[in-house]
Design a protein around this ligand. Structure first.
Ligand code: NAD
Length: 283
């Protein structure tokens, strides 16, 4: 029976570390690290995410501000705001909540963020630093997954790691981070034809697809570590991941629950990135 990787408890630890670092920063520089979040439109899920980020930032001693803009905001107006935030010395992190309304192009807006303030790690400059194995701001969810592996003493070195999903937000960066830690990495995606076989041979499985119960429990290799990034809402309103949790936990050595797994880690790593950005900017 697998041991649960408790994302809530681990995120609490990370947030306590961040708080101590934020307080030390304030003591030295007479200001708190600053995180500005931009929310365009009224998407209910995005509103909840932004409120959670705002609350978590305040608790961690980070000066959080939210810019709530109407859904019909033009690209020019949004870019003007981003440039203002780029130029404000008291702002260390800028996060634009995605997805943006259809008339705005996510990539155009992300490209406008100063890479030194890109706490979501999505700017092509930061993505490039990750590819070449250099320090930089890295996407929060994959960083949270890596921290979870570290927490359960799962060293990826020499292990077969399977990443399901190849998005810029999760799949690709987590694959690069696992490679950096010397795993033998396979990336599966929507055109992969032998998913069950790939899962069966993997010591580490990271699922980031967004399809409930895509990964069957009996595919999991005995003793594998399973990190389920997927968030899927079922008809009864409950949340579930991409992995058949009940089946997989009979075979895995460690597994993350959904909810209460990767989700809380994402926000904790965002706060951590904000303090990293603040420290790097004053060097
Ligand atoms: P995405 O839609 O951008 O990417 C999904 C990926 O899954 C694609 O690369 C696609 O090729 C792949 N895919 C589709 N069908 C597949 C199949 N049958 N087999 C293998 N791969 C397949 O999504 P995303 O932004 O990467 O997010 C993935 C999931 O993770 C979603 O459920 C999302 O809600 C969740 N998520 C959770 C957090 C968190 O904090 N817990 C953060 C980000 C995303």
């Amino acid at each position: 029976m697998a041991e649960l990787i408790d994302g809530k408890a681990l995120a609490k630890e990370v947030r306590a570390e961040v708080k101590a670092r934020a307080e030390a920063f304030r003591a030295t520089h007479n200001r708190a690290p600053g995180l500005d979040v931009v929310l365009v439109g009224e998407d209910p899920a995005s509103q909840v995410y932004v409120r959670n980020k705002e609350r978590a930032a305040a608790k961690a001693g980070i000066e959080g501000r939210v810019h709530r803009l109407p859904a019909e905001t033009t690209e020019a107006d949004l870019l003007t705001l981003i440039f203002e935030l780029n130029g404000d010395d008291h702002i260390d992190g800028i996060l634009v909540q995605l997805p943006l309304p259809d008339h705005l192009h996510d990539q155009t807006i992300i490209d406008a963020i100063d890479p030194a303030k890109d706490v979501d790690g999505l700017h092509p400059f930061n993505a490039g630093l990750l590819v070449v194995g250099r320090k930089g701001l890295r996407p929060c969810t994959p960083s949270g997954c890596m921290r979870m592996l570290e927490h359960v003493a799962c060293d990826p070195k020499g292990k077969r790691a399977l990443v399901l999903g190849r998005s810029t937000l999760v799949g690709k960066p987590i694959a690069l981070m696992l490679l950096e830690k010397h795993a033998t990495v396979t990336i599966a995606h929507s055109r992969t034809i032998d998913l069950a076989d790939r899962v069966r041979e993997s010591d580490i499985v990271i699922a980031a697809v967004g399809r409930a119960n895509l990964v069957k429990g009996d595919w999991i290799k005995e003793g594998a570590v399973v990190i389920d990034v997927g968030i899927n809402r079922l008809d009864d309103g409950s949340l579930t991941g991409d992995v058949d949790f009940a089946g997989a936990k009979e075979r895995a050595s460690h597994i993350t629950p959904v909810p209460g797994g990767v989700g809380p880690m994402t926000i904790a790593m965002l706060l951590s990135n904000t303090v990293d950005a603040a420290q790097a900017r004053i060097l």
